[in-house]
Design a binder for this molecule. Sequence first.
Ligand code: CA
Length: 713
Amino acid sequence: MITPTLTAIHHTRTTIDITLSKSFYQGLSDVFYLLNAQHELVKLAILSQVEHSDVFAYVVQCPKLDLQQDYWIYDAHMLRTPLEWGRVVRDADFDHEYAYLGTDLGATYTPSHTTFVVWAPTASSVNLIIAPSTPHQRVVMMEKGERGTYRLQLAGDYDGVAYRYAIRRHGIWTEANDPYALSSLPNHLASVVISLQRLPALPEVTLPEFKHPTDAVLYELHVRDFSMDPYAPFQHRGKYAAFREDVKSPKGTSLGLDYIASLGITHVQLLPIYDYGSVDELHPEVAYNWGYDPMQFGIPEGSYALDPLDPYSRIIDTRDMIVAIHQKGLRMVMDVVYNHMFDAPTSDFEKLVPYYYFRYGEHGEVSNGSFCGNDLDSTRAMTRKYFLDMIRRWVTLYRIDGMRFDLMGIIDDETMRQIDHMCRQLVPNFIIYGEGWNMPTFLPDGRKTTQQNAARVPHIGFFSDKFRELIKGSTWDTEIAQRGYATGAAVDMTAVKDVLTGSCTGKYGAPTYVAPTQTINYVECHDNMTLADKIAVSNASETEEQRMKRQRLVTALVILAQGVPFLHAGQEWLRTKHGAHNTFRSSDLVNRLDWKRMEQHLAVVDYIRDVIRIRRQLPELRLHTTERLQKDVTFKDLPQNGLAMTIRTPDHPHYEALVLIVNPSPKVLLHNLEDYHLVLLNEAGAPRVELHAKNLMVNPISLILLAEPRLQR
Ligand code: CA
């Protein structure tokens, strides 16, 4: 790349940064001029001048500029360069002056005319390109509207017509899709005008009652993994449409959504279904990806659509999939990535308003807390508005029931509170949770939506890495052999009590969360090794039978701990990725759900189904207030790292208390109760006949759940 001889960038409202190459008059200029579109020339005072190896860097003073005009900078020797708009859009006053809060951004269709509105406050002009890159291409100039918007109303029927925006800034044209578009051509080629009236009406589905996040049983799933196994006779493999199929295995076992519903799951959490960049939508068979690389936040991913060439297909298929999920009595949680984008420089945001949407450090360094090359800046008025607008679209147009935020710690807490407030206004039992890791993004720690700041977002949940690491043992590849409480390590029992009570009571150390509704208990998700693969390493010295028991015990503890249980699809049948840690772009062979394996491990599946059913039957296993946990839950240490957890059940008609006895050791644990208790769950699952016990023999690597009968008064 050839370094330009003269560059001029407007970084603050009162200054311009100029560099002048030493190859031209030794880089020296004792004066600079600004020329505006009206050919008025203004002399700029030099504030500072610093010599570098190749250039002189100047900072010059400038008057307040109209950001929607083109300007030129001249040096003392008649050399000129267009003035570029730099970080001036990050100036404290910028949002005050330009943030546009209207509700008409995007293309609004009616049969007689379509209105286009785009926010481009640093563009000197914007054109609408109709049917770009086709013989029918037409370019129409847009008009300047209020607060940095450009708008245009076109008479005629533009349903299904492709469009892009051409933006002119400092003499250069760039093209972008419309971030507010409802659909697009395959692979983000152009935006498409959509008539919402043309979408088929959705049936009204009455969902089962759902009150508190702790009533949820979450199940994480990838759209494509769901239906790619040739053993399962899906017609529409890898597509949204597979969720509408009632499929049975050759042995007659129900697969697909029927199977998931039969487990007692309440919410299916789908890995990204917004438009992402890493899979060719016209040839999805050649690449697999989880999809954590957003391209268009408000448009469904096209590779899962039956016909990616039809801009309506991805919308209709996604809506139908969510209806199908609802019709099975399940709710749908969408995994969203409002922390970074596929590629910042080529993103529509950067093309529309450079420097505005992404986060920068004090000296213009690009923030990269996501470790994906960029961070979106949720604190900017129009970024925050965009998040809210797109989320409103997913809630109202697609009827999602919850959201899982990827790297939520990169988003500021005020934005998350506004999102949470809006969603619960729209859907009262909407659930939001996310990864509250403290990432090194350029945002003060006190403003990040991290676990450390859980009290600032009391309605939002967090993945509990504390539970994960303590119960299972380390997740990280370098220490995968390390065991946890349920995989047989001697650990701090106080910490075990803390995580079994949702890490919110403050009785076993400082509380991490304010309520159990914030605690997402999990040991396996799409990231890192599956539980079965981890146990195969960490418990290699044990027998296969013992490892199988570990899988059951660890998973049962996820479900029986206070908080919100989260399972990774297939965890209940020992899902394996053959030891791989990060399969974000591995083949279907590694990632797809192996439905045959489910049939091979039906005993574990049936056990997990029993555990979930018992949790859902007994409200005391899913308390939603910290006060109840503080008041009604007590522990007793038992030999062999065993533990008895007692939950008083004052509201239960027949039980005085529930008693959970955990034996993580490879030996039988003997424990005598004062009276006979009813066995609700033992190693084999829920007993089919009424079973009472007093002097317990808890089998190795297992747990027992009992109910203490209330004495007749
Ligand atoms: Ca895509």
